[in-house]
Design a protein around this ligand. Structure first.
Ligand SMILES: NC(=O)c1ccc[n+]([C@@H]2O[C@H](COP(=O)([O-])OP(=O)(O)OC[C@H]3O[C@@H](n4cnc5c(N)ncnc54)[C@H](OP(=O)(O)O)[C@@H]3O)[C@@H](O)[C@H]2O)c1
Length: 346
Protein backbone atom coordinates (compact mmCIF):
# COMPACT_ATOMS: atom_id res chain seq x y z
CA UNK A 1 0.00 0.00 0.00
CA UNK A 2 1.26 3.43 -0.88
CA UNK A 3 0.73 5.80 2.04
CA UNK A 4 1.64 8.75 -0.18
CA UNK A 5 -1.56 8.09 -2.16
CA UNK A 6 -4.93 9.29 -0.92
CA UNK A 7 -6.77 6.03 -1.78
CA UNK A 8 -6.54 2.33 -0.90
CA UNK A 9 -8.11 -0.83 -2.32
CA UNK A 10 -10.32 -3.55 -0.88
CA UNK A 11 -12.18 -6.58 -2.22
CA UNK A 12 -15.86 -7.16 -1.49
CA UNK A 13 -18.06 -10.18 -2.12
CA UNK A 14 -20.71 -9.16 -4.63
CA UNK A 15 -22.48 -12.51 -5.15
CA UNK A 16 -22.58 -15.88 -3.40
CA UNK A 17 -20.77 -18.67 -5.29
CA UNK A 18 -22.64 -21.69 -6.55
CA UNK A 19 -20.06 -24.47 -6.41
CA UNK A 20 -16.45 -23.33 -6.91
CA UNK A 21 -16.13 -19.52 -6.49
CA UNK A 22 -15.26 -17.48 -9.58
CA UNK A 23 -13.54 -14.11 -9.96
CA UNK A 24 -16.99 -12.62 -10.74
CA UNK A 25 -18.08 -13.23 -7.14
CA UNK A 26 -15.60 -10.53 -6.06
CA UNK A 27 -15.09 -6.85 -6.83
CA UNK A 28 -11.98 -4.71 -6.35
CA UNK A 29 -12.91 -1.26 -5.06
CA UNK A 30 -10.92 1.93 -4.50
CA UNK A 31 -11.77 4.06 -1.46
CA UNK A 32 -10.36 7.21 0.18
CA UNK A 33 -7.68 6.43 2.79
CA UNK A 34 -8.78 6.94 6.40
CA UNK A 35 -6.98 9.90 7.91
CA UNK A 36 -4.98 9.34 11.14
CA UNK A 37 -6.75 12.46 12.46
CA UNK A 38 -10.14 10.75 12.12
CA UNK A 39 -9.30 7.86 14.49
CA UNK A 40 -11.68 7.45 17.43
CA UNK A 41 -10.86 6.36 20.98
CA UNK A 42 -8.68 3.19 21.04
CA UNK A 43 -8.72 2.98 17.24
CA UNK A 44 -5.67 2.01 15.21
CA UNK A 45 -4.91 2.53 11.51
CA UNK A 46 -3.08 -0.50 10.10
CA UNK A 47 -1.33 -1.03 6.78
CA UNK A 48 -1.78 -4.71 5.86
CA UNK A 49 1.33 -6.43 4.54
CA UNK A 50 -0.05 -9.99 4.29
CA UNK A 51 -3.50 -11.45 3.89
CA UNK A 52 -4.32 -15.03 4.87
CA UNK A 53 -6.49 -17.14 2.53
CA UNK A 54 -8.27 -20.03 4.26
CA UNK A 55 -10.81 -22.69 3.26
CA UNK A 56 -13.28 -21.56 5.98
CA UNK A 57 -13.90 -18.42 3.90
CA UNK A 58 -15.74 -20.57 1.35
CA UNK A 59 -18.21 -21.56 4.08
CA UNK A 60 -18.73 -17.93 5.07
CA UNK A 61 -19.59 -17.02 1.47
CA UNK A 62 -22.65 -19.21 1.75
CA UNK A 63 -25.88 -17.98 3.33
CA UNK A 64 -26.42 -21.37 5.01
CA UNK A 65 -26.48 -21.55 8.82
CA UNK A 66 -23.11 -22.59 10.29
CA UNK A 67 -20.96 -22.06 13.37
CA UNK A 68 -20.22 -18.47 12.29
CA UNK A 69 -22.21 -15.73 10.54
CA UNK A 70 -22.12 -15.44 6.75
CA UNK A 71 -19.96 -12.92 4.94
CA UNK A 72 -22.11 -9.89 4.10
CA UNK A 73 -22.48 -8.96 0.44
CA UNK A 74 -20.81 -5.72 -0.67
CA UNK A 75 -18.65 -5.68 2.47
CA UNK A 76 -14.89 -6.24 2.71
CA UNK A 77 -14.13 -9.98 2.55
CA UNK A 78 -13.26 -11.25 6.01
CA UNK A 79 -9.79 -12.57 6.73
CA UNK A 80 -6.76 -12.54 8.99
CA UNK A 81 -4.04 -10.00 8.21
CA UNK A 82 -0.54 -9.12 9.35
CA UNK A 83 0.78 -5.60 9.02
CA UNK A 84 2.14 -2.44 10.56
CA UNK A 85 0.56 0.27 12.68
CA UNK A 86 0.35 3.59 10.80
CA UNK A 87 -1.29 5.62 13.58
CA UNK A 88 -2.71 4.67 16.96
CA UNK A 89 -5.08 6.08 19.55
CA UNK A 90 -4.71 2.86 21.56
CA UNK A 91 -2.28 3.00 24.46
CA UNK A 92 -0.99 -0.55 23.86
CA UNK A 93 0.23 0.12 20.30
CA UNK A 94 2.36 2.72 18.57
CA UNK A 95 3.28 3.65 15.00
CA UNK A 96 5.60 1.03 13.49
CA UNK A 97 4.45 -1.90 15.68
CA UNK A 98 3.83 -5.13 13.77
CA UNK A 99 0.44 -6.71 14.43
CA UNK A 100 -1.96 -9.42 13.37
CA UNK A 101 -5.71 -8.91 13.23
CA UNK A 102 -8.77 -9.48 11.09
CA UNK A 103 -8.87 -6.49 8.76
CA UNK A 104 -9.99 -8.55 5.76
CA UNK A 105 -9.13 -8.32 2.07
CA UNK A 106 -7.98 -4.71 2.12
CA UNK A 107 -4.72 -2.81 1.90
CA UNK A 108 -5.47 -0.96 5.13
CA UNK A 109 -8.11 -0.57 7.79
CA UNK A 110 -9.17 0.95 11.10
CA UNK A 111 -9.81 -1.35 14.06
CA UNK A 112 -10.07 -1.19 17.85
CA UNK A 113 -6.57 -1.81 19.24
CA UNK A 114 -7.83 -4.52 21.60
CA UNK A 115 -8.56 -6.66 18.54
CA UNK A 116 -4.94 -6.58 17.39
CA UNK A 117 -2.09 -8.77 18.60
CA UNK A 118 1.38 -7.19 18.69
CA UNK A 119 3.97 -9.61 17.35
CA UNK A 120 7.71 -9.84 17.37
CA UNK A 121 9.27 -10.08 13.93
CA UNK A 122 12.89 -10.02 15.07
CA UNK A 123 13.40 -13.78 14.86
CA UNK A 124 10.43 -14.86 12.77
CA UNK A 125 9.10 -13.33 9.56
CA UNK A 126 5.78 -11.48 9.69
CA UNK A 127 4.07 -13.89 7.27
CA UNK A 128 4.66 -16.89 9.57
CA UNK A 129 2.28 -15.35 12.11
CA UNK A 130 -0.60 -16.10 9.73
CA UNK A 131 0.51 -19.67 9.06
CA UNK A 132 2.63 -21.90 11.22
CA UNK A 133 2.35 -19.50 14.21
CA UNK A 134 -1.20 -18.43 13.37
CA UNK A 135 -4.56 -20.13 13.17
CA UNK A 136 -3.45 -23.07 10.97
CA UNK A 137 -0.47 -23.88 13.21
CA UNK A 138 -2.57 -23.68 16.37
CA UNK A 139 -5.18 -25.95 14.73
CA UNK A 140 -2.50 -28.54 13.98
CA UNK A 141 -1.03 -28.27 17.50
CA UNK A 142 -4.45 -28.63 19.16
CA UNK A 143 -5.44 -31.63 17.08
CA UNK A 144 -2.15 -33.50 17.56
CA UNK A 145 -1.67 -32.71 21.26
CA UNK A 146 -5.11 -32.30 22.78
CA UNK A 147 -7.53 -34.33 20.65
CA UNK A 148 -5.26 -37.10 19.40
CA UNK A 149 -2.68 -37.00 22.21
CA UNK A 150 -0.19 -38.56 19.81
CA UNK A 151 2.21 -41.09 21.33
CA UNK A 152 5.50 -42.63 20.08
CA UNK A 153 4.98 -45.65 17.85
CA UNK A 154 1.43 -44.78 16.79
CA UNK A 155 0.54 -44.38 13.13
CA UNK A 156 -1.04 -41.03 12.25
CA UNK A 157 -2.73 -40.28 8.92
CA UNK A 158 -3.35 -36.69 7.84
CA UNK A 159 -5.19 -35.55 4.70
CA UNK A 160 -4.48 -32.32 2.77
CA UNK A 161 -0.94 -33.11 3.95
CA UNK A 162 0.71 -30.48 1.74
CA UNK A 163 -1.40 -27.62 3.09
CA UNK A 164 -1.12 -25.11 5.91
CA UNK A 165 -2.60 -27.33 8.65
CA UNK A 166 -1.66 -30.76 7.29
CA UNK A 167 2.04 -30.00 6.84
CA UNK A 168 2.33 -28.88 10.48
CA UNK A 169 0.30 -31.87 11.74
CA UNK A 170 2.72 -34.26 10.06
CA UNK A 171 5.81 -32.51 11.43
CA UNK A 172 4.44 -32.31 14.99
CA UNK A 173 3.47 -35.99 14.90
CA UNK A 174 6.97 -36.93 13.72
CA UNK A 175 8.44 -34.98 16.63
CA UNK A 176 6.18 -37.07 18.90
CA UNK A 177 7.68 -40.27 17.46
CA UNK A 178 4.73 -41.34 15.31
CA UNK A 179 4.79 -43.04 11.92
CA UNK A 180 3.24 -40.35 9.73
CA UNK A 181 1.34 -40.97 6.51
CA UNK A 182 -0.10 -38.16 4.40
CA UNK A 183 -2.64 -37.92 1.61
CA UNK A 184 -2.07 -35.05 -0.83
CA UNK A 185 -2.84 -34.05 -4.39
CA UNK A 186 0.15 -34.32 -6.70
CA UNK A 187 3.64 -35.79 -6.82
CA UNK A 188 5.31 -32.51 -5.83
CA UNK A 189 3.30 -32.20 -2.62
CA UNK A 190 4.01 -35.81 -1.68
CA UNK A 191 7.72 -35.48 -2.45
CA UNK A 192 7.87 -32.30 -0.37
CA UNK A 193 6.12 -33.97 2.58
CA UNK A 194 8.61 -36.85 2.59
CA UNK A 195 11.82 -34.98 1.74
CA UNK A 196 11.31 -31.74 3.69
CA UNK A 197 8.78 -32.49 6.39
CA UNK A 198 9.78 -35.97 7.47
CA UNK A 199 6.62 -37.88 6.48
CA UNK A 200 7.19 -41.64 6.24
CA UNK A 201 4.82 -42.02 3.31
CA UNK A 202 2.44 -39.87 1.29
CA UNK A 203 -0.33 -41.03 -1.02
CA UNK A 204 -0.97 -38.96 -4.14
CA UNK A 205 -4.72 -39.29 -4.55
CA UNK A 206 -4.63 -37.52 -7.91
CA UNK A 207 -2.68 -40.48 -9.32
CA UNK A 208 -5.56 -42.81 -8.59
CA UNK A 209 -7.46 -43.62 -11.72
CA UNK A 210 -9.07 -47.00 -11.37
CA UNK A 211 -12.81 -47.56 -11.65
CA UNK A 212 -12.86 -48.84 -8.08
CA UNK A 213 -11.43 -45.77 -6.31
CA UNK A 214 -12.53 -46.99 -2.86
CA UNK A 215 -10.60 -50.25 -3.23
CA UNK A 216 -7.54 -48.46 -4.66
CA UNK A 217 -7.50 -46.02 -1.73
CA UNK A 218 -7.77 -48.77 0.89
CA UNK A 219 -4.98 -50.72 -0.82
CA UNK A 220 -2.72 -47.62 -0.89
CA UNK A 221 -3.43 -46.92 2.76
CA UNK A 222 -2.81 -50.47 3.89
CA UNK A 223 0.57 -50.38 2.11
CA UNK A 224 1.53 -46.98 3.58
CA UNK A 225 0.24 -47.87 7.06
CA UNK A 226 0.76 -51.65 7.27
CA UNK A 227 0.01 -51.70 10.99
CA UNK A 228 -3.25 -49.79 10.59
CA UNK A 229 -4.23 -46.26 11.59
CA UNK A 230 -4.25 -45.27 15.26
CA UNK A 231 -4.76 -41.54 14.77
CA UNK A 232 -6.53 -39.72 11.96
CA UNK A 233 -6.33 -35.95 11.43
CA UNK A 234 -9.06 -35.41 8.86
CA UNK A 235 -9.02 -32.28 6.71
CA UNK A 236 -10.84 -33.39 3.56
CA UNK A 237 -13.70 -35.91 3.94
CA UNK A 238 -14.74 -37.84 0.80
CA UNK A 239 -13.18 -41.08 -0.42
CA UNK A 240 -9.88 -40.68 1.48
CA UNK A 241 -11.73 -40.33 4.79
CA UNK A 242 -13.89 -43.34 3.94
CA UNK A 243 -10.83 -45.44 3.10
CA UNK A 244 -9.14 -44.33 6.33
CA UNK A 245 -12.15 -45.52 8.33
CA UNK A 246 -11.72 -48.93 6.73
CA UNK A 247 -8.10 -49.05 8.00
CA UNK A 248 -8.66 -47.88 11.61
CA UNK A 249 -7.17 -49.82 14.49
CA UNK A 250 -9.20 -50.62 17.61
CA UNK A 251 -9.72 -47.53 19.83
CA UNK A 252 -8.48 -45.21 17.07
CA UNK A 253 -8.89 -41.46 17.58
CA UNK A 254 -10.07 -39.04 14.90
CA UNK A 255 -9.65 -35.26 14.97
CA UNK A 256 -12.26 -34.04 12.49
CA UNK A 257 -10.80 -30.71 11.48
CA UNK A 258 -12.24 -30.03 8.03
CA UNK A 259 -14.10 -31.55 5.09
CA UNK A 260 -12.84 -29.35 2.28
CA UNK A 261 -13.90 -31.81 -0.44
CA UNK A 262 -17.49 -30.87 0.37
CA UNK A 263 -17.12 -27.07 0.54
CA UNK A 264 -17.96 -26.50 -3.14
CA UNK A 265 -20.20 -29.49 -3.67
CA UNK A 266 -22.24 -31.95 -1.66
CA UNK A 267 -19.98 -34.16 0.50
CA UNK A 268 -19.92 -37.80 -0.53
CA UNK A 269 -21.72 -40.13 1.87
CA UNK A 270 -19.52 -42.41 3.99
CA UNK A 271 -19.71 -46.13 3.34
CA UNK A 272 -17.45 -47.27 6.17
CA UNK A 273 -19.00 -45.36 9.09
CA UNK A 274 -19.73 -48.73 10.73
CA UNK A 275 -15.97 -48.99 11.47
CA UNK A 276 -16.40 -46.22 14.04
CA UNK A 277 -18.47 -48.70 16.03
CA UNK A 278 -16.62 -51.93 15.38
CA UNK A 279 -13.22 -50.28 16.07
CA UNK A 280 -14.68 -48.43 19.13
CA UNK A 281 -13.22 -45.23 17.66
CA UNK A 282 -13.50 -41.73 19.15
CA UNK A 283 -14.27 -38.93 16.71
CA UNK A 284 -14.13 -35.29 17.78
CA UNK A 285 -14.95 -32.35 15.57
CA UNK A 286 -13.46 -29.02 16.66
CA UNK A 287 -13.35 -25.33 15.75
CA UNK A 288 -10.07 -23.80 16.85
CA UNK A 289 -11.48 -20.33 17.46
CA UNK A 290 -13.55 -21.86 20.28
CA UNK A 291 -10.37 -23.11 22.02
CA UNK A 292 -8.86 -19.73 22.89
CA UNK A 293 -7.41 -21.00 26.21
CA UNK A 294 -5.04 -23.25 24.24
CA UNK A 295 -3.66 -20.55 21.94
CA UNK A 296 -0.92 -19.09 24.21
CA UNK A 297 0.63 -22.50 24.93
CA UNK A 298 0.31 -23.59 21.30
CA UNK A 299 1.94 -20.41 19.97
CA UNK A 300 4.72 -20.55 22.58
CA UNK A 301 5.59 -24.16 21.73
CA UNK A 302 5.34 -23.63 17.97
CA UNK A 303 7.51 -20.50 18.18
CA UNK A 304 10.24 -22.40 20.01
CA UNK A 305 10.12 -25.22 17.46
CA UNK A 306 10.34 -22.76 14.54
CA UNK A 307 13.22 -20.81 16.10
CA UNK A 308 15.08 -24.06 16.79
CA UNK A 309 14.46 -25.16 13.19
CA UNK A 310 12.52 -28.25 14.28
CA UNK A 311 9.52 -27.17 12.16
CA UNK A 312 9.84 -26.19 8.49
CA UNK A 313 7.59 -23.40 7.31
CA UNK A 314 6.36 -23.45 3.69
CA UNK A 315 4.28 -20.71 2.06
CA UNK A 316 2.75 -19.94 -1.34
CA UNK A 317 2.54 -16.17 -1.76
CA UNK A 318 0.48 -14.29 -4.38
CA UNK A 319 1.42 -10.67 -5.13
CA UNK A 320 -1.00 -7.77 -4.73
CA UNK A 321 -4.58 -7.50 -3.52
CA UNK A 322 -6.04 -7.97 -7.03
CA UNK A 323 -4.53 -11.48 -7.05
CA UNK A 324 -6.48 -12.57 -3.95
CA UNK A 325 -9.61 -14.03 -5.64
CA UNK A 326 -7.51 -16.08 -8.07
CA UNK A 327 -5.21 -17.28 -5.28
CA UNK A 328 -8.22 -18.22 -3.14
CA UNK A 329 -9.75 -20.26 -5.98
CA UNK A 330 -6.32 -21.78 -6.63
CA UNK A 331 -6.02 -22.81 -2.97
CA UNK A 332 -9.40 -24.55 -3.12
CA UNK A 333 -8.11 -26.36 -6.21
CA UNK A 334 -4.95 -27.46 -4.42
CA UNK A 335 -2.48 -25.11 -6.13
CA UNK A 336 -0.88 -24.06 -2.83
CA UNK A 337 2.05 -25.76 -1.14
CA UNK A 338 1.93 -24.88 2.56
CA UNK A 339 0.16 -21.73 3.71
CA UNK A 340 -1.54 -19.60 1.04
CA UNK A 341 -0.93 -15.88 1.53
CA UNK A 342 -1.20 -12.65 -0.44
CA UNK A 343 1.58 -10.08 -0.06
CA UNK A 344 0.23 -6.53 -0.11
CA UNK A 345 3.34 -4.58 0.88
CA UNK A 346 6.99 -5.26 1.81
N1 LIG B 1 -11.57 -26.92 12.58
C1 LIG B 1 -10.85 -25.81 12.53
O1 LIG B 1 -10.86 -24.99 13.44
C2 LIG B 1 -10.02 -25.57 11.30
C3 LIG B 1 -9.00 -24.58 11.30
C4 LIG B 1 -8.20 -24.45 10.14
C5 LIG B 1 -8.46 -25.25 9.04
N2 LIG B 1 -9.46 -26.15 9.09
C6 LIG B 1 -9.71 -27.05 7.96
O2 LIG B 1 -8.52 -27.76 7.71
C7 LIG B 1 -8.45 -28.11 6.32
C8 LIG B 1 -7.12 -27.62 5.76
O3 LIG B 1 -7.08 -26.19 5.86
P1 LIG B 1 -5.78 -25.40 5.42
O4 LIG B 1 -5.96 -24.00 5.86
O5 LIG B 1 -4.56 -26.14 5.85
O6 LIG B 1 -5.89 -25.44 3.83
P2 LIG B 1 -4.82 -26.04 2.85
O7 LIG B 1 -4.70 -27.50 3.14
O8 LIG B 1 -3.61 -25.22 2.86
O9 LIG B 1 -5.55 -25.82 1.44
C9 LIG B 1 -6.67 -26.54 1.10
C10 LIG B 1 -6.27 -27.88 0.46
O10 LIG B 1 -7.40 -28.74 0.42
C11 LIG B 1 -7.16 -29.71 -0.56
N3 LIG B 1 -8.42 -29.99 -1.28
C12 LIG B 1 -9.29 -29.11 -1.78
N4 LIG B 1 -10.32 -29.77 -2.39
C13 LIG B 1 -10.07 -31.09 -2.23
C14 LIG B 1 -10.76 -32.27 -2.62
N5 LIG B 1 -11.91 -32.24 -3.31
N6 LIG B 1 -10.21 -33.47 -2.28
C15 LIG B 1 -9.05 -33.51 -1.60
N7 LIG B 1 -8.36 -32.43 -1.20
C16 LIG B 1 -8.86 -31.23 -1.51
C17 LIG B 1 -6.12 -29.15 -1.52
O11 LIG B 1 -4.95 -29.92 -1.38
P3 LIG B 1 -4.62 -31.16 -2.36
O12 LIG B 1 -3.68 -30.62 -3.40
O13 LIG B 1 -4.01 -32.13 -1.47
O14 LIG B 1 -5.90 -31.60 -3.00
C18 LIG B 1 -5.86 -27.75 -0.99
O15 LIG B 1 -4.53 -27.36 -1.11
C19 LIG B 1 -9.69 -27.48 5.67
O16 LIG B 1 -10.69 -28.45 5.62
C20 LIG B 1 -10.07 -26.39 6.65
O17 LIG B 1 -11.42 -26.05 6.56
C21 LIG B 1 -10.24 -26.31 10.18
Amino acid sequence: MNLAKSTYQRIVLVSRPKGMPTEENFELQTLPQPSPDSLGEDEVLVSNHYLSLDPYMRGRMSALKSYAPSQLLNETMIGATAGEVVASNYAGLKKGDTVTGHLGWAEMGVINGQQLRRIDTENIPLSAHLGILGMPGVTAWYGVNVILNAQPGQTLLVSAAGGAVGSVVGQLAKLKGCRVVGIAGGAEKCRHAIEHQGFDACIDYKQMGSKDLDKEFVLALSQAAPEGIDLLFENVGSSGFDAALACLNPHAKIALCGMVAGYNSRAEPLKNAGKLLTMRATLQGFIITEQLDSWPQAIAELTELVINKKLACRETVAAGLAAAPGAFIGMLNGQNLGKQLVRLAD
